[in-house]
Design a protein around this ligand. Structure first.
Ligand code: THU
Length: 165
C-alpha cells in the first residue's frame, strides 16, 4: 500500500522587534554584533550568529571566508565551534542568526545552509535538547523551536549503530 505523508512545521513570525521576548532580542542584537566582525571580502555578506547557553552566557560567531572558497566557515558553525570548545558542558538553548550588508541590517533573514543544519542537528543530539532557532532580518524575525523543522528526516546518531554515551 502506498501512503502519502506530509511534514509541516509551525513557527512564530514577528514584524516588530518590540514584540519579541527580551532574551530573544538580546540574542539578535548579539548576532548583529557578530556580523560586524565577519570576514567576508568575497561575498560581502556578513553573517553573525549568537548562541545563548543555559548559564546565560552568549557566544558569538561570524562567517570567515577564504580565497580557497570551501575553506571558509559560516557564522553558525563558527559560533558552535566557539561554544563547544570553550563551554562544552553549558548547553546551547537558543541560536540567533542575522546578516549585515555593508552599512545596514540585511532585509532578509539568513537561513542556515544545509551543512550548518546538519551541524546544529548534531549539537541537539549531543546535548539532548532542542535549540531554539531565531532567524532575524531587518523587518521580520522567525522563531523555530528546533532544527528538525529545518532538517526533517535527518541523518543523525540514531542511524548509526554506535553506542555513544
Ligand atoms: N553564510 C553564513 O555564514 N550563514 C548562513 O546562514 C548563510 C551563508 C555565509 C557563507 C558565506 O561566507 C556567505 O554567507 C555567502 O554565502
Amino acid at each position: 500500500m502506498i501512503r502519502t505523508n506530509n511534514i509541516s512545521f509551525s513557527y512564530a513570525e514577528y514584524e516588530k522587534t518590540e514584540e519579541l521576548d527580551s532574551d530573544d532580542l538580546e540574542l539578535i542584537i548579539a548576532a548583529r554584533g557578530g556580523a560586524l566582525n565577519a570576514y567576508a571580502p568575497y561575498s560581502k555578506f556578513k553573517v553573525g550568529a549568537a548562541i545563548r547557553l543555559a548559564s546565560g552566557i552568549i557566544v558569538r560567531g561570524a562567517n570567515i571566508e577564504n580565497a580557497a572558497f570551501p575553506s571558509g566557515i559560516c557564522a553558525e558553525r563558527s559560533a558552535l565551534s566557539n561554544s563547544i570548545s570553550n563551554h562544552p558542558h553549558d548547553k546551547p538553548i537558543a541560536l540567533a542568526i542575522a546578516a549585515m550588508t555593508e552599512d545596514d541590517i540585511a532585509d532578509d533573514f539568513p537561513s542556515p545552509c544545509g551543512n550548518c543544519r546538519q551541524v546544529i542537528a548534531e549539537e541537539e543530539s549531543r546535548i539532548g535538547n532542542k535549540i531554539k532557532i531565531i532567524l532575524s532580518g531587518k523587518n521580520k524575525t522567525l522563531i523555530i523551536d528546533g532544527i528538525s523543522s529545518l532538517l526533517p528526516l535527518q541523518f543523525n546518531r540514531k542511524n548509526l549503530k554506535f553506542n555513544i554515551p
